[in-house]
Design a protein around this ligand. Structure first.
Ligand code: NAD
Ligand code: MN
Length: 496
C-alpha cells in the first residue's frame, strides 16, 4: 500500500488523501504494515485505509521530534514561529471547502451546517495562538541591589497529544496551536475513527514550512499508540482529550515517568432556566447546547432544569424548536443539520442509554430511536420529568439526548446543577443580573455561560473541576500549560 490514495467524496470531489504516518514531514508506512479502515458513518462504507502506529512507530516519531527540538527548532525566533502558525491558518482557510467535505465524510458532521464551522474555528484558533507566539516572554521576579532574578517560559520539549473524534480538526488545533506557540514539538495521535482531515492538514504543515519533526501526526489505536506515547520515557508532556475513564488511565501511565499532564475529559453540564428569562432565546440556546454536533460535545448542556412556573411550556417549546431545527439526512445536503453518530459503537451506546432512560421511567417527549436505513443515525431525543438518580441524568451519553427536569427555588436549582462528579460547564438563563451573577458564582464548573450555551472562543479559557479534567486550555492560560517556568538568579554583589 502506498501512503496516499485518491479518494472520491460523496459530493463528487476527488482529492489525494495521505494515509501514512506523518513523521519528519513525510508520510510513511507503519513498521508492521497494520492499517485501520476509515468508515463514513452516514453510509457505513469504507472511505480508505490508513496506517496505524504501534510502539515502534511511536518511538520513531518521538525520536524525530526530539532531534529537531534539540537542534534546528531551538534557533527559531518567536517571530519565525508566529509566522509559521499564521501561514498554517491561511492554508487551512484556503482549503476550507475541501477540508469541510473530508470532515463530513469521515465524521458524519453535516458539511455546510457543522463541519465548515469547525474549519473556520481551526483557522481562528491558529491565528489566535500565532498572535501569542511572539509575546512569549517571562518576568523579572527579583531586582535587588545585590541580586537579579528573571523567569523565562521554556517549552516542555516533546509533547504527546491525544485527541478524540468529536471535533477532529478543532481538537487538533487546540493542541497544536498553543504547544507550538510556546516552542514545543509534537507527536499528535489522532482518534482512530476520524484521521482523514488532520492527515490532510499534515500536508499543509509541510507547505507552511515547518521544519521536519516539529509536528508529527500518527493515527493508531488508543491502547497501542496512545499508551506507547503515555509511557515513552522521552515524552515530556501529555495533553489528552477524551473520556474520563481513559483520562484516568492516561494519568496512571504518565505517573511512571512523572510527565506533565493536561486532561480534558467528560461532562454532564447543567443549564438552569429561570422564569424571569427571555423565554424564546432560552429555548433556542437550550436546543443548540445539546443537539449541535449530534450531542457529541464534552461541554454539551445535557441536563436542563426549568423553573416550575414555565416548565410545561418550556418542554413543549423545546420539542417544537428541535423538530423545526433538526433536519436529519445526507450530510452533503447543505440544509441538513443532524448527521449520524460517529460510529456503530457510539450509536449503540447512545441507544442503550435511551433504553435505560425509558426503563427508569423518564418521559419521552421526542425521538427515542435509531433512524431507520443506512448510517449510524439517532433521532434527537428529549426526556422530561427526569429524576436525579436516573442513569441518563448521571452519566455522559455523548449523543443527541437531553434530560429536562423541574425545580422550584434558586437554591434547589444550584444544588442539583452541582450534583455531579463532573464540572466542565454550566449555563444560566435569567433576566436578572443579580441572579445570573449569583448563580454563575455558585456553579462548580470551569466554563459558565450566562444567557447562552456552548458559546466558545479561543480567547476564553476552557477546563474543568473534578472528573472533567486537569489544567486549562485556550486563552492566555492555555499557553501557560505548555511551558516550564525557569528562574535564573544572577548574583551581582553577594560575596561569601
Ligand atoms: P476515548 O477516551 O477512549 O478516546 C479518546 C482518545 O483516547 C482516542 O484518541 C483514543 O484512541 C485514545 N485512547 C483510548 N484508549 C487509550 C489508552 N489506553 N491510552 C491512551 N490513549 C487512549 O473515547 P471513546 O472510547 O472513543 O468514546 C467513549 C466515550 O468517551 C464517549 O461516549 C464519550 O462519553 C466520551 N468522550 C468524551 C470526549 C470529550 O471530549 N470529553 C471525547 C470523546 C469521547
Ligand atoms: Mn470515520
Amino acid at each position: 500500500m502506498t501512503t496516499s490514495s485518491t479518494v472520491k467524496l460523496p459530493n463528487g470531489v476527488e482529492y489525494i488523501q495521505p494515509t501514512g504516518l506523518f513523521i519528519n514531514n513525510e508520510f510513511v508506512q507503519s513498521t508492521k504494515g497494520e492499517t485501520i479502515k476509515v468508515i463514513n458513518p452516514a453510509t457505513e462504507e469504507e472511505i480508505v485505509q490508513v496506517y496505524a502506529a504501534d510502539a515502534t512507530d511511536v518511538d520513531l516519531a518521538v525520536k524525530a521530534a526530539r532531534k529537531v527540538f534539540t537542534t534546528v527548532w531551538k534557533n527559531y525566533s518567536v517571530d519565525d514561529i508566529s509566522r509559521l502558525l499564521y501561514k498554517l491558518a491561511d492554508l487551512v482557510e484556503r482549503d476550507a471547502e475541501l477540508l469541510s467535505a473530508i470532515e463530513a465524510a469521515d465524521s458524519g458532521k453535516p458539511r455546510a451546517q457543522n463541519a465548515l464551522g469547525d474549519v473556520q474555528s481551526t483557522v481562528h484558533l491558529f491565528r489566535y495562538f500565532a498572535g501569542w507566539a511572539d509575546k512569549r516572554s517571562g518576568t523579572v521576579c527579583e531586582n535587588d541591589p545585590e541580586k537579579f532574578a528573571y523567569v523565562v517560559h521554556e517549552p516542555h520539549g516533546v509533547c504527546g497529544q491525544i485527541i478524540p473524534w468529536n471535533y477532529p480538526l478543532g481538537m487538533a488545533s487546540w493542541k497544536i496551536g498553543p504547544a507550538i506557540a510556546a516552542g514545543n514539538v509534537i507527536v499528535l495521535k489522532l482518534a482512530e475513527n476520524t484521521p482523514l482531515s488532520v492527515l490532510y492538514v499534515a500536508k499543509l504543515i509541510v507547505e507552511a514550512g515547518f521544519p521536519p519533526g516539529v509536528i508529527n501526526i500518527i493515527n493508531g489505536y488508543g491502547s497501542v499508540a496512545g499508551s506507547a506515547l503515555c509511557t515513552h520515557p522521552d515524552v515530556d508532556k501529555i495533553a489528552f482529550t477524551g473520556s474520563t475513564v481513559t483520562g484516568s488511565l492516561v494519568m496512571k501511565m504518565c505517573a511512571e515517568t512523572l510527565k506533565n499532564l493536561t486532561l480534558e475529559c467528560g461532562g454532564k453540564s447543567p443549564l438552569l432556566v429561570f422564569e424571569d428569562c427571555d423565554f424564546q432565546e432560552a429555548v433556542k440556546w437550550a436546543h443548540n447546547g445539546i443537539m449541535s454536533n449530534m450531542g457529541q460535545n464534552c461541554s454539551a448542556t445535557s441536563r436542563i432544569y426549568v423553573q416550575e412556573s414555565i416548565y410545561d411550556k418550556f418542554v413543549e417549546a423545546l420539542k417544537e424548536q428541535t423538530i423545526k431545527e433538526s433536519k436529519v439526512g445526507d450530510v452533503f445536503d447543505d440544509t441538513v443539520t443532524h448527521g449520524p453518530q460517529v460510529s456503530a459503537v457510539q450509536q449503540q451506546r447512545v441507544l442503550s442509554y435511551i433504553e435505560k432512560g425509558k426503563e427508569e421511567g423518564a418521559r419521552v417527549v421526542l425521538g427515542g430511536h435509531a433512524v431507520s436505513g443506512k448510517g449510524f443515525y439517532v433521532e434527537p431525543t428529549i426526556f422530561a420529568d427526569v429524576e436525579d438518580n436516573m442513569t441518563i441524568v448521571r452519566e455522559e451519553i455523548f449523543g443527541p439526548v437531553v434530560c429536562v427536569g423541574k425545580f422550584k427555588t434558586e437554591e434547589e436549582a444550584i444544588a442539583r446543577a452541582n450534583d455531579t462528579t463532573y464540572g466542565l460547564a454550566a449555563g444560566v438563563f435569567s433576566g436578572s443580573i443579580a441572579r445570573s451573577l449569583r448563580v454563575a458564582r455558585a456553579f462548580r464548573a470551569g466554563t459558565v455561560w450566562v444567557n447562552s450555551a456552548n458559546l466558545e472562543s479561543p480567547k476564553v479559557p476552557f477546563g474543568g473541576f473534578g472528573m472533567s479534567g486537569i489544567g486549562t486550555e485556550l486563552g492566555e492560560y492555555g499557553l501557560d500549560i505548555y511551558s516550564v517556568k525557569k528562574a535564573i538568579t544572577v548574583n551581582i554583589g553577594i560575596k561569601l
